[in-house]
Design a protein around this ligand. Structure first.
Ligand code: NG6
Ligand code: CA
Length: 512
């Protein structure tokens, strides 16, 4: 098939005058060699809008991410779909708002898969048009259908929702099981030492972070006081599987090597790789060679480490001669948090660094820093470097990529909230979307044009443990973001007509 495409294009170039963006038989854009471009998502975990130098930060240096930003489209209004991980990842892969799926909330490591195996996904759509598809890194979208037996192949999972290859951690670095799974099977498991996982009760006699502080190399601040793995107390209880347990310090190298290998193995066919890095989520465990590299403690060090890994990964694409044939989208699943449950100096060593940049709030927050994140599209030789203020969401990637490659979304049942914004993604247009519903722990708000409206919510205004403002208020909040990115001036009372317009638009989308 690929040969036919190449041949078709070769004949085309000899006989006719073809346009600069050739179209192959299944539709969509192809590269100068007549091939569909490779597509890579580099997705960080809890990386804030202000955490990379390309977004104005001056303390930390992130030269490799900056290089993508400088050579591609750097979006200043690019959004994750939620202020926490699972819902954002659900939306990233399906193009559906996470609040439409009540299971799309932070999941324990034992939760069932929350993507319907019949649902259209980015990898499924791409596979249907000939891509090889892989995921390396953090999954956190659930596995199995309940009561997972970790000692057998775990299914359904990534391989059942469109990925040909998967090498993942099930949930998060702070949740059990602390093992990798390759295509559904725990890597390095000794059958004589089976894994058991329980999120309710401990296995009798096993140490915990709560009862055995003397065994800890990292202390817990809130939560995170169940089973101890590698001296780090986790969420949930796990027994067995000793030989399969990951090394926290090596995780970045480990995922990088798998991502690089994936590229080398599939360089002769169009591929899609979802490289889901674990940094800077807790527990922050930089490899020793990065310890102290940022001066900001482990949180800064793992961002430096992640930036290094991005650079190494790009090198691999370059060495395989794929850079001009690969669209890379780099972003984050939600905004930043400092103390997310461990004592790790993130607060104490922060100095002048502003993880949220000029924005208000952070992870878990309906304020802007919860969901507005670094968002970069890079395609060497195809995208002209630019800064784009267009409003774009990670929801829009699925339909935009379908447009790019001639993918079919007509089989999609249910809602499709993503919009076709291919020219925006490629930096050719600043006409982004008009409306976007933002989510934070099941609460929602509306961004429309330059305006942000948060409806009244009861509940705490400040999450004490993480020191993040939730966005909750007894009254409506209305902000004009270009003039007030820090959301300090509530215009709801001053501009009743604007508020009514926003509330009506919001309710229309939310279906109230
Ligand atoms: C919270 C955890 C937090 C983090 C978060 C998920 C506690 C007290 N806090 O419940 O540490 O794991 O879940 O983060 O347990 S996310 O980026 O995957 O959404
Ligand atoms: Ca996250």
């Amino acid at each position: 098939m690929r040969f036919i495409h190449v041949l078709t294009f070769a004949i085309c170039t000899v006989l006719f005058s073809c346009g600069p963006a050739p179209t192959d038989r299944t539709g969509g854009e192809t590269t100068p060699a007549g091939e569909k471009p490779n597509i890579v998502f580099i997705y960080l975990d809890d990386l804030g809008y202000g955490d990379v130098s390309a977004y104005g930060q001056t303390t930390l240096k992130t030269p490799n991410i900056d290089a993508l930003a400088a050579g591609g489209v750097r979006f200043t209004n690019g959004y994750a779909s939620s202020a926490t991980c699972t819902p954002s990842r659900y939306a990233l892969l399906t193009g559906v708002y996470p609040w439409r799926n009540e299971d799309a909330a932070i999941l324990p490591g034992t939760a069932p898969l929350i993507i319907d195996t019949n649902q259209i996904t980015v990898p499924g759509m791409l596979r249907d048009v000939g891509y090889h598809t892989g995921v390396v890194g953090k999954w956190h979208l659930g596995l199995g259908s309940g009561n997972v037996n970790w000692n057998e192949r775990v299914s359904p999972g990534p391989n059942e929702v469109g990925f040909d290859y998967s090498y993942i951690m099930a949930a998060t670095q702070d949740r059990v099981p602390t093992v990798y799974l390759e295509n559904g099977t725990v890597v390095g498991l000794d059958p004589d030492d089976p894994i058991e996982v329980d999120y309710q009760k401990n296995f009798p006699g096993d140490p915990t972070g709560l009862d055995n502080p003397e065994l800890l190399t990292m202390r817990w601040h809130h939560g995170h006081n169940h089973s101890i793995v590698n001296g780090i107390p986790r969420i949930g209880y796990m027994k067995g599987g000793e030989a399969a347990k990951w090394s926290d310090f090596d995780m970045a190298d480990h995922f990088l090597e798998r991502a690089q290998q994936y590229v080398r193995d599939h360089k002769d066919k169009p591929f899609f790789l979802y490289y889901a890095m674990q940094q800077p989520h807790v527990p922050r465990t930089p490899h020793p060679r990065f310890v102290g590299s940022s001066g900001l403690g482990p949180r800064g060090d793992v961002i430096v480490e992640a930036d290094w890994a991005v650079g190494e990964f790009i090198k691999t694409l370059r060495e395989a001669d794929l850079l001009e044939n690969t669209l890379i989208v780099l972003s984050s699943d939600n905004g930043p948090v400092l103390n997310d449950g461990y004592f790790d100096d993130a607060v104490e060593k922060l100095g002048d660094h502003k993880p949220a940049g000029p924005l208000r709030g952070g992870k878990y927050s309906l304020y802007e820093a919860g969901t507005r994140v670094p968002f970069i599209a890079y395609w060497k030789g195809r995208i002209d470097p630019t800064v784009s203020d267009a409003l774009i969401s990670q929801l829009d990637l699925l339909p935009s990529l379908a447009e790019l490659v001639g993918g079919n979304l007509s089989t999609a049942s249910g809602a499709m909230d993503g919009q076709v914004l291919l020219p925006v993604l490629l930096g050719e247009s600043q006409e982004g979307r008009r409306d976007l519903v933002l989510e934070a722990t099941s609460r929602t708000a509306l961004r429309r044009d330059d305006w942000l409206m948060i409806p009244p919510y009861t509940g705490l205004a400040l999450l004490e443990e993480v020191q993040i403002e939730t966005g909750n208020n007894d009254s409506y909040q209305l902000y004009k973001l270009s003039e007030d990115p820090g959301q300090r001036i509530n215009l709801a009372e001053e501009l009743p007509e604007k508020l009514t317009e926003m509330v009506t638009a919001f309710e229309n989308i939310r279906g109230k």
